[in-house]
Design a protein around this ligand. Sequence first.
Ligand SMILES: [Zn+2]
Length: 71
Amino acid sequence: MRIITTPCPNCGLPATIRSSRKLSNKVAERYCVCVNNSCQCVFKTHTEIVKIIHQGIDPATLSEQDIKSLR
Ligand SMILES: [Zn+2]
């Protein structure tokens, strides 16, 4: 399993993303905790999709079998 991190704004070392919730189709709020025991900073970030580089497949064109295989 890959652990996603973001830099701590206090010390610059990695912080682990502990939870995430969707605020809109383009914005997610993430609750982060610094891995540095001397810092222990806890903060939230907002991650926004600013541009779609490749649209991908239109979900309306997928069959039920395709959708089941993606879950
Ligand atoms: Zn830190």
